[in-house]
Design a protein around this ligand. Structure first.
Ligand code: IDP
Ligand code: MG
Length: 154
C-alpha cells in the first residue's frame, strides 16, 4: 500500500467542490489516513513548490495557493500515487481529459483544483511537510476485504 499527498486547492474550496472531489477518491477505494483544513503559509508553499522556484508561473502559483484555505489529505491505497494522478488528469484544465477531476470541474490552466504527489519521493517529501508525526492515522477499514483480495492486503 502506498500513501500520497493531495491538496484540494483554494478554487475547490471556494467553489464548494471538496465533497464531490473527495467522493471520487473514496468511491475508488482509497482510504483517508490524514486530513487538515487550513490556510497554507507562504513559507510552507515555498518548500512544497521548491522545484518550481524561478519558473514564470511560480509567483502566481504561491499567491493563489495562499489566498484561501485548502483541504490537505493523505490518501492510502494500492498504487495510490499514480492512481490519484490519473484521476486528477492533465495539469491544464483546458486540455485535461473528460472523466478526470481537472477535466470535469475546471477550465483554467492555473486554477486547476487539486495537487497530487507525482512520485514516491515527492509523496514522502510532501507528506512530511504537511503532516507531523501521529497526524497520519493507521486503522483498519471494514471495507478493505471487499476492496482488495487477500493477496493484495498481505
Ligand atoms: P501538476 O500540478 O499537474 O503536477 P506542475 O507542473 O507540477 O503540475 O505545476 C504545479 C502547479 O503550477 C499546477 O498544478 C498549476 O496550478 C500551476 N502551473 C503549472 N504550469 C503553469 C502554467 O504554465 N501557467 C500557470 N500555472 C501553472
Ligand atoms: Mg507537480
Amino acid at each position: 500500500m502506498e500513501r500520497t499527498l493531495i491538496i484540494l486547492k483554494p478554487d475547490a474550496v471556494q467553489r464548494q467542490l471538496c465533497g464531490r472531489i473527495l467522493s471520487r477518491f473514496e468511491d475508488k477505494g482509497l482510504k483517508i489516513v490524514g486530513a487538515k483544513f487550513t490556510q497554507i503559509p507562504r513559507a510552507t508553499l515555498e518548500k512544497h513548490y521548491s522545484d518550481h522556484q524561478g519558473k514564470p508561473f511560480y509567483e502566481g502559483l504561491v499567491s493563489f495557493m495562499s489566498k484561501s484555505p485548502v483541504l490537505i489529505l493523505a490518501l492510502e491505497g494500492k498504487g495510490a500515487i499514480a492512481v490519484c494522478r490519473k484521476m486528477m488528469g492533465a495539469t491544464f484544465g483546458s486540455n485535461a481529459e473528460a472523466g478526470t477531476i481537472r477535466g470535469d470541474f475546471g477550465i483554467s490552466d492555473s486554477f486547476n483544483l487539486i495537487h497530487g504527489s507525482d512520485s514516491p519521493e515527492a509523496a514522502a517529501k510532501e507528506l512530511g511537510i504537511f503532516f507531523q508525526e501521529g497526524e497520519i492515522v493507521s486503522y483498519d477499514n471494514i471495507s478493505a476485504p471487499w476492496i482488495y483480495d487477500e493477496d493484495e492486503l498481505g
